[in-house]
Design a protein around this ligand. Structure first.
Ligand code: FNR
Length: 183
């Protein structure tokens, strides 16, 4: 099986982000069939349609980079029952210019992570709504709402065995999902 290149997009810019820690745990758990790397979104200026004719170089770099991946794994917090603005901005940047979206056709995975009990359910499904429009086949099962994350890490290490086992199941299923949607 060929190794598939996966962009990991983390919807938090926070240095000690739990989402980033979960993303890195997923990268450690992934088998050799996935070659995963985090693509930073924090330096993308706010999208302005006026710039379409003359886009900032960071936009072009980001769009070209995303086009080079076989799939995209989103790991994000929930802000006010939706996705954080930085993630929405990155999605908007990658979706333009019209008709040339960098996202189209790439198999997606969605993980939401929160210290709260609901595990970012609202953000998870707002993101899934966007993925429909972006023509990104999103893995349906297993769903990943990681709640109560505040007690799950010892530094950068996931110390909750049940969650680690679940994340293993998730990333293995995502690898199969990517393979199924590979060119
Ligand atoms: C939050 N948080 C939050 N949590 C949640 O479960 N549902 C929500 O709607 C919100 N809303 C929200 C809004 C804003 C502006 C902030 C800053 C935070 C709490 C959030 O889950 C918590 O800060 C996480 O730790 C953020 O993820 P990272 O940065 O740890 O990855």
């Amino acid at each position: 099986m060929a190794s598939r290149k996966i962009a990991v997009i983390v919807g938090s810019l926070r240095k000690e982000s739990f989402n980033c820690k979960v993303a890195r745990t997923l990268m450690l758990l992934a088998g050799p069939e996935l070659d995963m790397e985090i693509v930073e979104i924090g330096k993308l200026p706010l999208y302005n349609e006026d710039d379409d004719a003359n886009p900032p170089p960071v936009y072009t770099e980001f769009r070209d980079r995303i086009k080079g991946y076989d799939g995209v794994l989103f790991v994000t917090p929930e802000y006010n029952r939706s996705v954080p603005g930085c993630l929405k901005n990155a999605i908007d940047v990658g979706s333009r210019p019209y008709g040339h979206s960098a996202w189209s056709g790439k198999p997606a995975g969605v993980v939401t992570v929160s210290p709260g009990a609901v595990g970012g359910f609202g953000a998870n499904h707002h993101l899934r709504q966007m993925l429909v429009f972006l023509n990104m086949p999103a893995m349906a099962q297993p769903e990943a709402y990681i709640g109560g994350v505040g007690k799950m890490f010892d530094g950068d290490t996931l110390s909750n065995d049940a969650t680690r086992a679940f994340l293993q199941t998730f990333i293995d299923a995502y690898a199969a999902w990517v393979e199924r949607h590979a060119d």
